[in-house]
Design a protein around this ligand. Structure first.
Ligand SMILES: NC(=O)C1=CN([C@@H]2O[C@H](COP(=O)(O)OP(=O)(O)OC[C@H]3O[C@@H](n4cnc5c(N)ncnc54)[C@H](OP(=O)(O)O)[C@@H]3O)[C@@H](O)[C@H]2O)[C@@H](O)CC1
Ligand SMILES: Nc1ncnc2c1ncn2[C@@H]1O[C@H](COP(=O)(O)OP(=O)(O)O)[C@@H](O)[C@H]1O
Ligand SMILES: [K+]
Length: 521
């Protein structure tokens, strides 16, 4: 699913209005109808007071039009106009007239002295600012936003939480609506997925208002939201007359005394992802634990007792996953550096493998074609240097991936894979996955996909998606706290099966900070 920037949405609006021969007012009416249907299907005419705060632009227009539908269906509506500017949009004014025709007069708020009491059992509908916010809100509007946030009422934002820009960092973190739910018009916005702004969006759903599909399909975007529907066309089924040799050989290089488990996790994950063969290359201390824990993997031992000191093997892997549990012993750093310099086999570099690259940036130009890097935020900082905000971080990550022609997997609550100037935002996963070894599993899965012949980007996207999906399935049975990295491996089969589940209702794009569509306690 494409993630559009504000200009692209405005362009799609214009095009749709022309193509479909409708007015902008009719388009707003579609948005308002969708908002109304969503609310009505949940409240079923209940008497909860609905406090609707509307700005004076089109976001406010959506809110005022929604208020009319709610009034017509007998809801207890308290509309307010947040009068932050004299320049009102045409469609806002239309909808104000219509509301007044129904004998409903919103209360105008002009400064912080006007703030209404909001009972905590009310529902607040936030239609103050949408994607048109282009400068920090006035102080009194910030106070209103703080007042709403302090009310404890459930808050539903229209399009985006008010106070958040769509293309730059938040000006004042106290001046953004903390939304329990966001109903985003047509498509989610990038800011939902970046940690600094995403924390204001507990859950979201996109409402399709029928913007011209052909126009949207042709538009090229900087970001894409990856769900199973983007991935399924790339899935390769297994042919009957094949054998393990068709599915490649993953070599996992890593481990040091006390950290052999990282290699075991990655190796098992690669096998579970479908690699035909997996070999684990470890220091001598890893031989016995690996052979006893993971009979399916072959083990190759380095000459070093507690750390890898001189990488040498006589197998011919398709892909190498490297770095998990490696440690930063000087000999290890040297042999890993030399190995990266010499090899032409694509690598999936994780953990200390990434750290070694950060210390020896000259190696970056030597990375084999089709390689993948999987840093978490700490490792990313070592690799890219610090950044001022999430937008800067994304820019740096994109440029890095372009410069070295690698897939950069920027791991986070919403992992973003960067390749060829585009960011692919993952839709699965949950905070239960913030647990030791979870990244080792991911590197193993990605390598397992690459070994079966998936290109590096597809392998990364599939791997990140299934890793998160496996986590989502696992927590259903155990909650967040109890999730272990090995549960991610164990549930990978279920995550594959879930790819092919047919939804009971047509899919609706939705998600939440706490896992896709969910807010598990
Ligand atoms: N296809 C779609 O997605 C559809 C979207 N729709 C809806 O339209 C919404 C976008 O509407 P919008 O462009 O009118 O902007 P909105 O966010 O209401 O802001 C209003 C105006 O306020 C101003 N302004 C900015 N910052 C300010 C500040 N700090 N303090 C004071 N003023 C400030 C600025 O005007 P300026 O003063 O700069 O001229 C701005 O234009 C979108 O989010 C969605 O809800 C649907 O209706 C139909 C289809
Ligand atoms: N809050 C979260 N929501 C979704 N995924 C998460 C969350 N926290 C961590 N993860 C995922 O778990 C993995 C953690 O990786 P990493 O920090 O490298 O773990 P480790 O070093 O312990 O193996 C990443 O894939 C990350 O995206
Ligand atoms: K809003």
């Amino acid at each position: 699913m494409k993630i559009f920037n504000a200009q692209q949405i405005y362009d799609a609006d214009k095009w749709t209005i022309q193509r479909q021969g409708i007015s902008s007012d009719e388009l707003m009416e579609r948005a308002a109808m969708q908002l109304f249907n969503w609310i009505h299907s949940r409240l079923q005419g209940g008497g909860t007071p609905l406090y609707i705060f509307c700005g004076i632009g089109n976001n406010g227009g959506d809110g005022i039009a929604l208020a009319r539908h709610l009034v017509e269906h007998g809801y207890h509506v308290m509309p307010f106009v947040v009068n932050y500017s004299e320049t009102r949009s045409k469609d806002f004014l239309h909808n104000m007239e219509r509301l007044k025709e129904r004998k409903v007069w919103p209360v105008f708020l002009n400064d912080a002295d006007d703030l209404p009491e909001i009972p905590k059992e009310a529902i607040v509908i936030d239609a103050i600012f949408g994607i048109g916010l282009n400068r920090p809100p006035a102080d009194w509007v910030v106070k209103l936003i703080q007042h709403i946030n302090g009310s404890q009422a459930f808050t539903l934002s229209v399009d985006i939480p008010s106070g958040m820009f769509v293309d730059r960092p938040v000006a004042d973190y106290n001046g953004v609506i903390q939304a329990n739910f966001v109903l985003s018009i047509q498509a989610p916005k990038l800011v939902f997925f970046l940690p600094e702004t995403g924390r204001f969006v507990n859950q979201w759903q996109a409402l399709d208002i029928g913007l011209d599909p052909a126009f949207l399909a042709e538009m090229s975007t900087d970001f894409e939201f990856i769900t199973k529907y983007e991935l399924l066309p790339a899935y390769r089924s297994r042919e009957r007359f094949t054998h393990k040799g068709h599915y490649g050989h993953t070599l996992v290089i890593g481990g040091s005394l006390g950290k052999i488990g990282a290699v075991a996790l990655a190796s098992k994950a690669a096998l579970k992802a479908g690699a035909g063969l997996v070999s684990s290359y470890v220091p001598q201390c890893g031989l016995v634990p690996l052979q006893s824990q993971l009979p399916e993997a072959m083990v190759i031992v380095d000459q070093g007792e507690g750390a890898i000191t001189n990488i040498k093997f006589d197998v011919a892997p398709t892909v190498i996953a490297m770095g998990m549990g490696l440690g930063t012993d000087d000999n290890t750093k040297k042999t890993v550096g030399d190995f990266i310099e010499d090899t032409e086999i694509p690598v999936v570099l994780d953990a200390d493998g990434v750290n070694i690259l950060a210390q020896k940036p000259e190696l970056l130009l030597k990375l084999p074609a089709g390689s993948v890097l999987t840093p978490h935020i700490g490792e990313l900082k070592r690799l890219l240097g610090d950044w001022g905000n999430d937008f800067e971080k994304c820019e740096k990550a994109k440029n890095f991936s372009l410069q070295y022609d690698v897939v950069l997997v920027m791991k986070d609550a919403y992992t973003i894979c960067w390749y060829k100037g585009r960011g692919y935002i993952n839709s699965t996963g949950n905070p239960g996955m913030a647990t030791a070894g979870s990244g080792d599993v991911l590197a193993g899965i990605i390598a397992g996909f690459m070994s079966q012949g998936y290109d590096a980007l597809t392998a990364a996207l599939f791997g990140v998606y299934l890793h998160g999906s496996s986590g989502d399935i696992a927590v259903e049975g155990m909650g967040y706290q109890a999730l272990l990295a090995s549960d991610l491996v164990d549930n990978l089969g279920n995550a594959f099966l879930a790819l092919f589940e047919v939804p009971q209702a047509p899919p609706q794009e939705s998600g939440g900070q706490n896992g896709q569509g969910g807010n598990q306690a």
